[in-house]
Design a protein around this ligand. Structure first.
Ligand SMILES: Nc1ncnc2c1ncn2[C@@H]1O[C@H](COP(=O)(O)OP(=O)(O)OP(=O)(O)O)[C@@H](O)[C@H]1O
Length: 305
C-alpha cells in the first residue's frame, strides 16, 4: 500500500505565457489533513482542479493512490467540494442527496440517512435549501462529496463565509472523518490560522510555486517564541547557560544556532553572562511569530521574485 494518497511531480499549469502553477512537488501522506495555504490567486483552485480532473495540466505528473495511469479510475475514490455544488434550492437536504445518489449510481439508499447524520443535518427535515444558512449549505455540499465514501476528500476554501461556530463544527466533523473513516483530506484556505487547529501538515503556495511543506509540529516549533543565539563556542555557551544561568530549556540547531525557550524577558542577563566569560556573541535576539506573521515572512521573501 502506498504511503502517499496524492503526489505531484513538477506539476505546472500555463495559461498562454502565465504560469498559474509552476513545478509543484506536493506529497500528501495517507491519513493526514493537508492544509494548502495561499493568498488569493496563489493557484490553490488551479491545483485542485488538476487533481480532480476538472482541468488539464501543462507539464508534470500527478500520482493518485500510487498510480499515475488511468487517473479517471483513481479519481472515483475522491470526494470534492470545489466552489458550491449545484444544490436544488426547492428541495430538502435529504432530497438533494437522493438526486446525487441516483445520478452517481450509488446503490445503498441508507447512505442518505447516514450522511445526514454525519453532517449534522438529520433534523433539517422539510426545510428547503433556499432557507438554509450558509453553514448548512456548506455542510450539505460536504455531504454530497461524502456520498460515495471517498478515501480522499478535497475541500476548496470550505470555511469561506462560515461564522466561528460553523468553523468549529466543520473542524470537528473533518476530524471525525479522519478518525472513523480513515479519510485523507486536502483543505485549502488563504488564512493559515483557520487551518491551524485542524491540519496535520501544510503546503504553502505562492504565485503558483509550492514554497514549503511542513508538519504541524515543525510549524509550531518555528512559531514558538525563543531567544536565538549564535556564538563562537557552542560547548562553552551551553555549559555557561546550564551551570551559571540555570537555563536548561534550549535546543542546538544544525546551523549551530541555539534556541532558548525560557528567560525571554531577560536577554540582557544571558548576554552579560556570556560576554563576561569570554564568549563572543554573533547574534542574540528574541524570535518566533504568530502564524500569520510566519506566513507573511515566508511569502515576503518571495514578494519581488
Ligand atoms: N482560465 C484561466 N485563464 C487565465 N488565468 C487563469 C485562469 N484560471 C486561473 N487563472 C489565474 O491563475 C492564478 C491562480 O488562480 P487560482 O484561482 O488557482 O487561485 P486561488 O489560489 O484559488 O485564489 P482564490 O483564493 O482567489 O480562489 C490567478 O492569477 C488566476 O487569475
Amino acid at each position: 500500500m502506498t504511503k502517499f494518497i496524492c503526489e505531484t511531480k513538477n506539476l505546472s499549469k500555463k495559461y498562454k505565457d502565465f504560469y498559474a502553477l509552476k513545478n509543484v512537488n506536493l506529497t500528501i501522506p495517507k491519513g493526514e489533513i493537508y492544509g494548502l495555504v495561499g493568498e488569493n490567486g496563489a493557484g490553490k483552485t488551479t491545483l485542485i482542479r488538476l487533481l480532480t480532473g476538472l482541468n488539464f495540466k501543462s507539464e508534470g505528473e500527478i500520482i493518485l493512490f500510487g498510480h499515475k495511469d488511468n487517473l479517471q479510475h483513481e479519481r472515483s475514490k475522491i470526494g470534492c467540494t470545489i466552489e458550491m455544488p449545484a444544490l436544488y434550492k426547492d428541495m430538502t437536504a435529504s432530497q438533494n442527496l437522493e438526486v446525487q445518489r441516483i445520478q452517481r449510481g450509488i446503490p445503498n439508499k441508507k447512505c442518505i440517512t447516514d450522511t445526514l447524520e454525519l453532517i449534522g443535518l438529520s433534523n433539517a427535515g422539510k426545510k428547503r435549501v433556499a432557507n438554509f444558512s450558509l453553514g448548512m449549505k456548506q455542510r450539505l455540499a460536504l455531504g454530497v462529496a461524502l456520498l460515495g465514501e471517498p478515501e480522499f476528500l478535497i475541500l476548496d476554501e470550505p470555511v469561506n463565509g462560515l461564522d466561528p461556530t460553523g468553523i468549529i463544527e466543520l473542524r470537528e466533523l473533518l476530524k471525525k472523518l479522519v478518525k472513523e473513516r480513515e479519510v485523507t483530506i486536502l483543505i485549502s484556505s488563504h488564512i493559515l490560522s483557520e487551518l491551524h487547529q485542524l491540519a496535520t501538515c501544510y503546503g504553502f503556495l505562492h504565485k503558483g510555486e509550492l514554497l514549503k511543506q511542513i508538519s504541524t509540529e515543525e510549524l509550531n516549533e518555528e512559531c514558538k517564541r525563543h531567544i536565538c543565539l549564535r556564538t563562537d563556542n557552542i560547548q562553552k555557551t551551553t555549559l555557561l547557560l546550564e551551570q551559571k544561568g540555570n537555563i536548561n530549556n534550549y535546543s542546538v540547531y544544525p546551523d549551530n544556532s541555539i534556541r532558548i525557550y525560557e528567560c525571554l524577558d531577560n536577554v540582557r542577563m544571558i548576554s552579560k553572562l556570556l560576554s563576561s566569560n569570554g564568549v563572543i556573541i554573533d547574534e542574540i535576539s528574541v524570535q518566533g511569530e504568530n502564524l500569520e506573521t510566519y506566513f507573511e515572512n515566508l511569502i515576503g521573501g518571495r514578494k519581488n521574485v
